[in-house]
Design a protein around this ligand. Structure first.
Ligand SMILES: *Cc1c(COP(=O)(O)O)cnc(C)c1O
Length: 526
């Protein structure tokens, strides 16, 4: 990046050609405003606040902590600071601007009704340490949401405190470890492995390793599903005694339903192992399939995906974990309990002999992401059971519409095997001319769309994973499809300008390898 110049810093195009020959003197183009770093905008002379000055006598006891020099904070007036962050925010892409077709992320519209409910003072202005009798309504929300999650999944119980999907994975595996330890003594030594299919989300093997397990990969079959024969073989004989759990995503990251779940669960249980299901893609099956009926022991639900609470830079996640009867005794504290008189209590500690003596511990200091609970319950209640089933139907319909509208111009590796679930998977095989997924993704930025998930899952060459979700209209889908089609056709026609896209974004194509290998983490070297 170029150094600030005397006239005040205006960034030149970073490592690339100008967007057009008609550059402006300011660097801004129309209402697309360039923005420097806050340190580059700042001066030492400016301060946005009036201090009382030096006449505040420091407490002598604290004088040794006094600063020798002013902190290196950027000096900006209030309007300068406000404009800086507002200009930056305008360079962001968000679900409120257009579709966010990231596969595996379920980026759907966040209904404003949820926001209204979450802002009610009885939810927004309470404190996690408030005495339980003063926050009965909030505790009832947690309990009612828990009831819905248990009913929708057909499981025995739910741990509400995990704060994201990956946190829920850890919670589920810690329940599984506690269950093995209860049977085998501390360490549950023999069971040291978690089996994870090749197509798993990256968090799955990472979580298993974090929970202290070794990870063994199970290959995928040609149809994009887990290789059942390989998995069953691994769960047979003496070597199966080292398997603690099978960790499987369903629907999987190829956008396909794992049809063999019942057989997989039966084999895992026969081998003394548990079944963890990554339920991040529950949006495709909510109201249609109950994971409990498939023999699953633990599954996290991403409230911020299926139940529409904001995420992706827009808000915190929440990853409750539903549990089978075998794992419920090991669930973390605290949890909300409904007394016989209907009063809500918060079970904070284990109480030997009375309740929950086997809990593995805590996942979080308090009860979980309260703001997400209120939004998720508002979403569930406003849809109702029939509405939630329709969510799954429409999400799957939209994904299949994308798949069938593009399979003649983009290779769709598993399309011949039948419909997909919530996401359509393409590969860059067949684009020819050295064109790749990256070119298509960068071209989509010029077209005004956030790109889809790229190069994941790894089992497909140059994967492009598109999850439209149920909240996109047909007209919106048609616009997205038309853009993606035009890009695929440009690649097939050998239009080399695509290889330097984006041309209309604030920055041209960056050297991502250099940025990853030699990141510059300070704004000025001196
Ligand atoms: C999103 C996702 C996760 C991780 O969830 P976070 O809330 O981001 O931690 C895990 N698995 C799959 C399949 C996902 O899509």
């Amino acid at each position: 990046m170029s150094a600030p110049n005397a006239a005040g810093w205006r960034p030149t195009m970073v490592a690339g050609t100008p967007a057009s020959t008609a550059e402006t003197s300011s660097g801004d183009r129309g209402l697309a405003l360039e923005e420097a770093l806050i340190f580059e905008l700042a001066t030492n002379a400016t301060c946005g606040v009036d201090f009382d000055g030096d006449d505040v006598a420091p407490d002598p006891a604290l004088s040794r902590f006094l600063r020798g020099a002013a902190p290196a904070l950027p000096g900006l007036s209030e309007p300068e600071a406000v404009r800086h962050y507002t200009r930056l925010s305008r360079q962001n892409y968000a679900i409120d601007l257009g579709p966010f077709p990231l596969g595996s992320c379920t980026m759907k519209h966040n209904p404003r009704l949820n926001e209204k409910i979450a802002r009610l003072p009885g939810f927004a202005d309470i404190h996690p340490l408030a005495p339980a009798q003063t926050v009965q309504g909030a505790l009832a929300v947690i309990a009612e949401l828990a009831d819905w999650l248990v009913a929708l999944t057909g499981m025995a119980g739910v741990a509400m405190t995990p704060k994201a999907g990956a946190h829920g994975e850890l919670c589920g595996l810690l329940c599984i470890r506690a269950a093995h330890e209860a049977m085998q003594g501390p360490g549950g030594q023999n069971r040291r492995l978690v089996l994870v299919p090749e197509s798993a989300h990256g968090t799955n093997p990472a979580t298993a390793a974090f929970a202290g397990y070794g990870v063994e990969s199970i290959p995928a079959a040609a149809d994009g599903r887990v290789d059942l024969a390989a998995l069953l073989a691994r769960l047979e004989g003496e070597a199966a005694a080292e398997v603690a759990a099978v960790m499987i995503t369903n629907p999987n990251t190829c956008g396909l339903f794992e049809r063999d779940m019942v057989a997989i669960s039966a084999a895992a249980h026969a081998a003394g192992a548990y079944v963890y299901c990554d339920g991040a893609n529950f949006n495709a099956i909510v109201g249609k399939v109950r994971p409990g009926d498939l023999g699953i022991d633990a599954m996290h639900i991403n409230l911020h995906k299926t139940f529409s609470t904001p995420h992706g830079g827009g808000g915190p996640g929440s990853g409750p974990v539903v549990l089978s009867a075998a794992l419920v005794p090991f669930a973390p504290l605290p949890f909300v309990a409904r007394g016989a008189d209907g009063a809500m209590t918060l079970i904070e500690e284990e109480n030997a002999g009375e309740h929950h003596p086997h809990s593995f511990g805590r996942m979080a200091a308090f009860h979980g992401q309260m703001g997400m609970f209120t939004r998720a319950l508002a979403y569930i209640l406003s849809h109702g059971a029939d509405g939630l089933a329709q969510v799954a139907e429409d999400a799957v319909l939209n994904a299949n519409y994308v798949l069938r509208s593009l399979e003649d111009v983009l290779e769709a590796p598993f399309a011949a095997a039948g419909p997909c679930m919530h996401e359509a998977l393409f590969s860059d095989n067949g684009l020819g001319g050295g064109f790749s997924t990256l070119d298509i993704a960068k071209g989509l930025i010029d077209e005004g769309f956030h790109p889809m998930t790229v190069y994941f899952p790894l089992v497909v060459h140059g994967a492009m994973l598109v999850e439209p979700t149920e909240t996109e209209s047909k007209a919106g889908l048609d616009r997205f499809i038309a853009s993606l089609r035009s890009l695929a056709l440009r690649a097939r026609a050998g239009d080399d300008s695509l290889k330097s896209a984006p041309h209309f974004a604030p920055r041209r194509r960056l050297d991502e390898t250099l940025a990853a290998r030699k990141p510059r983490l300070v704004w000025r070297e001196d």
